[in-house]
Design a protein around this ligand. Structure first.
Ligand code: ADP
Ligand code: MG
Length: 335
């Protein structure tokens, strides 16, 4: 591909809008391009419009206005089954009484495809996710990871170009959740498909995404690679939602400074004087809570010190300290 031709977008949303009723705008004219063969996470607090966006792409929800393109085809008004998308649901939602093979073959059965052909196709897909040897097992006889692969195979049987996942890991215990997300990442790369994954977990989105899309009240606040969003939050909302940042009111407006980029010194030099209110030992680092002098908003500051820095100068509750940071590490926030 030459330098001027943009890489094809797997999914493109153009001014996509969903209004459930008067004044109830769930998705507000969002524009987004999701690159082919990438892992995209839609991230944001509950109610911000993530699931509505995904359901509109899947064809499970009508649009109020705007367009949805899949590989440059306008799919806005196509039925779900004709779009080239497939959905993977929370907790896998497998039929417990059916074997892995019959779970995967189920949608083909609904389409009236004969037993021999649907079993051959299901076996083939199970093979691709390294589950061919366990095709006869029922979900209850499989580990969580194996169940997820069956769910993945069941979504892949329709040969989608884009796999849509709505909070697929939320119901799992924390240990399994981390294991399963590594598997999802692996299969996205292995299969060369585009995944669009909805989550309210910043940690999950950062771990998985090539492109992270932070949503708030039906709008996109920021989209980009996780490191760019984390290191240069575009708005106060993103800085606060991502965590690990302080929002500070300076003479030039609000800035975000990462809590591990703030330095502490003896009080009396910088003009950013604070009182230590909390000291939490976290193993490899120590998290300090401080309260800035004055009476404005945003006076709570958190500072993360390496264990070595804390051993060097162990701050205690009630002590006075001065804050400073490298100006290049203070990111101006949109008002
Ligand atoms: P998220 O997945 O980010 O938690 P949703 O997309 O489910 O958010 O919801 C976005 C907004 O739309 C919320 O205010 C929600 O209450 C509203 N909403 C979602 N589904 C419906 C519906 N079927 N009818 C009316 N309002 C809805
Ligand atoms: Mg949701």
């Amino acid at each position: 591909m030459d330098a001027v031709t943009p890489a094809p977008a797997a999914v493109e949303l153009i001014a996509l809008t969903k209004q459930y009723g008067p004044g109830a705008v769930a998705v507000d004219a969002i524009d987004l391009r999701i690159a082919a063969n990438s892992y995209c996470c839609l991230l944001g607090p509950s109610g911000c419009g993530k699931s509505t966006t995904l359901r509109m792409v899947a064809g499970h929800e009508s649009t109020t206005s705007g367009d949805i393109l899949l590989e440059n085809r306008n799919i806005t008004n196509l039925p779900a089954a004709a779009r080239g998308t497939a959905m993977m649901f929370q907790s896998f939602a497998l039929f417990p009484h059916l074997s892995a093979l019959d779970n995967v073959a189920f949608s083909l059965k609904m389409k009236g495809i004969g037993k021999a052909e649907r079993h051959a196709r299901a076996q083939d897909i199970l093979q691709r996710v390294a589950m061919g040897h366990l095709a006869h097992r029922k979900p209850g006889e499989l580990s969580g990871g194996q169940q997820q692969r069956v769910a993945l195979a069941r979504a892949l049987i329709t040969q989608p170009r884009v796999l849509l996942l709505d909070e697929p890991l939320s119901a799992l215990d924390p240990f399994l959740r981390i294991q399963m997300r590594a598997e999802l990442r692996h299969w996205q790369r292995e299969l060369g498909l585009t995944f669009v994954h909805v989550t309210h977990s910043q940690e999950e989105a950062m771990a998985l995404a090539d492109t992270m899309v932070v949503m708030n009240q039906g709008r996109i606040e920021q989209a980009g690679p996780p490191h760019a969003v984390y290191n240069r939050p575009a708005s106060e909302f993103v800085a606060r939602f991502m965590g690990g940042h302080n929002v500070l009111q300076t003479a030039d407006g609000k800035v975000a400074v990462r809590n591990d980029h703030i330095r502490l010194a003896e009080a009396g030099s910088t003009g950013w004087t604070a009182t230590v209110s909390d000291v939490e030992y976290q193993g490899t680092y120590v998290l300090l809570g401080l309260q800035l002098d004055g009476d404005g908003a945003d006076r709570n500051v958190s500072v993360m010190l390496s264990e070595a820095a804390f051993v060097d100068r162990p701050w205690a509750t009630g002590e006075r300290a001065d804050l400073s940071w490298n100006p290049t590490q203070a990111h101006a926030l949109a008002a």
